[in-house]
Design a binder for this molecule. Structure first.
Ligand code: FAD
Length: 483
């Protein structure tokens, strides 16, 4: 291979459009070697969870196909990143490695290390943007610190911001010599087999860049106008469902932002709906900026006093994970998650509040379960949101705001359709009873075929009692802060 080959090392940027590193590699001239490395050890305890592994396999298949259509091959290798990159540089004679910048603590450290070690070998190691709309270093308070509160972050974010111009996917990538070997994706055994629980995921999603583009297109034409009202309704598909595509970088946040700006111009949606959507994209940026500033965020509370929080040790974690808490809206969310790898944002907030406040279980145990089961598992978003709900995050909901799962269900799933869909044993209950089946009269329960304690559990924790217990626990950390 010629001297000037460039390795494009793909990670959470599994797309060909709007890919600054890839565009620069093509522009550099010479062959482009597209590479993906599965390096579980680098991420340690935050290696990809089960649902993400399923997604990754499909996404890599799609990327491989798109690259093959351009005359090249996606090279797949598994193991230690640095050794693999070094070997591939030797095999190909590549003189540059281009990569989209990442923000996970293990990734930032690794990027620094590779920059140094390849620099020493005379190989260019260059990082590009593309995963975020704005780099964390660009947004600082007047005193030079990172923002810890969303509203001023959003104000600063919006100021004079326009998304970068779209970058077309390269038309041609040129062939990679056969001597450069690639693993076969099936050898990585990313998809579950015994049991194969991925049937529901396969029905719900189309991983890959094309699937992402279609999602965005459909959302802009059908969902965006009603986003403001629809996004909190559990029983309607009122949000974009772009999160797994964004998590794997199958679509750029810039493409989402540009689509929103176009919608503003063309008045596809009411301005408020579009602004709200843009704000959600900025919450993602805020989470990443927090992770960048506080790399300990996935493991430790950002508010120090919570380090001493008296979390319970309890067998109730399993009931929560399986959607058997006896609170229908919590159970519906948890079962939606298990079946599809996704949970509505409102349900995530209710389920997370229930875990941390009703059950007093550590937010990290919920974070770990979400990490394993979500197709959109994203270190920054997951950690920031768990800390937000638990009350220990930078700009968190106050701990004493404890959701009442019955009222939340009645408000955001007023007809009970979300519960009926995911908790079929309650299907025949009337809407008035569906969020508190234990309170329904005997005739209603009998007619609906519900036997509380038999085919649907009694609440594992009484709401009033749970609330009092949570507030007492919170008082302890509050006073420990004062002390
Ligand atoms: P939309 O409403 O269409 O929003 C568009 C995009 O904006 C999303 O795709 C996402 O990238 C971003 N976004 C929306 N809400 C948030 C938010 N609250 N914080 C950060 N970014 C946001 N999101 C993840 O992507 N990965 C996670 O691992 C994750 N874990 C979460 C855990 C908890 C406890 C909670 C309460 C929320 C979590 N979220 C996570 C945030 C949010 O629930 C999802 O991003 C959203 O539900 C995805 O659906 P959507 O793409 O239809 O969102």
């Amino acid at each position: 291979m010629t001297e000037s080959a460039t390795i494009v090392w793909f990670r959470n940027d599994l797309r060909l459009h709007d890919h600054p590193a890839l565009t620069a590699a093509v522009k550099r001239g010479g062959p482009v070697i597209a590479l993906f490395i599965l390096d579980d050890a680098a991420a340690g305890r935050w290696k990809l969870g089960g649902a993400s592994r399923w997604w990754l396999a499909k996404s890599l298949e799609a990327l491989s196909h798109d690259i093959a259509q351009r005359g090249a091959r996606l090279i797949l290798r598994r193991g230690d990143t640095e050794s693999i990159l070094k070997r591939l540089v030797d095999e190909s004679g590549a003189t540059a490695i281009y990569v989209t910048r990442s923000y996970e603590p293990w990734a930032t450290g690794l990027e620094e290390k590779l920059h140094k070690s390849f620099g020493g070998l005379g190989v260019v190691f260059k990082r590009f943007g593309g995963r975020l709309l704005r780099e964390p270093e660009d947004l600082r308070t007047s005193s030079g610190a990172a923002y810890q509160v969303f509203t001023p972050f959003w104000r600063a974010f919006r100021k004079e911001f326009s998304a970068p111009k779209a970058l077309a996917a390269p038309r041609h990538l040129g062939s990679v010599p056969d001597a450069i070997a690639s693993d076969d994706i099936s050898d990585w055994k990313l998809a579950p087999t015994k049991p194969n629980w991925s049937g529901g995921l396969a029905k719900a999603w189309r991983p890959g860049e094309r699937g992402a583009q279609l999602r965005l297109k459909n959302f802009v034409s059908e969902g965006l106008a009603n986003y403001d009202d629809g996004r909190d309704r559990l029983n309607v598909e009122g949000t974009s469902r772009l999160s797994p595509h964004l998590a794997f970088g199958e679509i750029s946040p810039a493409a989402c932002w540009r689509a929103a700006v176009d919608a503003l111009h063309q008045t596809h949606g009411s301005d408020r709906a579009v602004e709200t959507f843009m704000k959600e994209l900025a919450w993602r940026e805020f989470s990443y900026a927090l992770l960048f500033q506080f790399p300990q965020m996935p493991n430790e509370p950002l508010r120090d006093e919570f380090a001493a929080f008296p979390w319970a040790k309890s067998a109730n974690l399993k009931a929560w994970q399986r959607g058997l808490t006896g609170y229908p809206v919590v159970d519906a969310g948890m079962r939606e998650l298990w079946a599809t790898g996704y949970m509505h944002n409102r349900a995530r907030m209710i389920a997370a509040s229930f875990l941390t406040k009703h059950l007093l279980l550590p937010w990290t145990s919920g974070e770990a379960w979400f990490w394993d089961t979500l197709v959109d598992a994203d270190l920054a978003n997951n950690a920031a949101n768990w800390q937000w709900v638990a009350g220990c995050g930078a700009d968190a909901a106050p701990y004493f705001r404890i959701f009442n799962p019955v009222l939340q269900g009645e408000k955001f799933d007023p007809d009970g359709d979300y519960v009926r869909r995911w908790v079929p044993e309650l299907q025949r209950l009337p809407s008035a009873d569906i969020h508190k089946p234990w309170a329904a009269d005997a005739t209603t329960l009998k007619r609906a075929g519900v036997v509380i304690g038999k085919n649907y559990p009694l609440p594992i924790m009484d709401h009033k009692e749970a609330r009092a217990r949570a507030l007492t626990a919170y008082d302890r950390v509050k006073s420990s802060k004062r002390g």
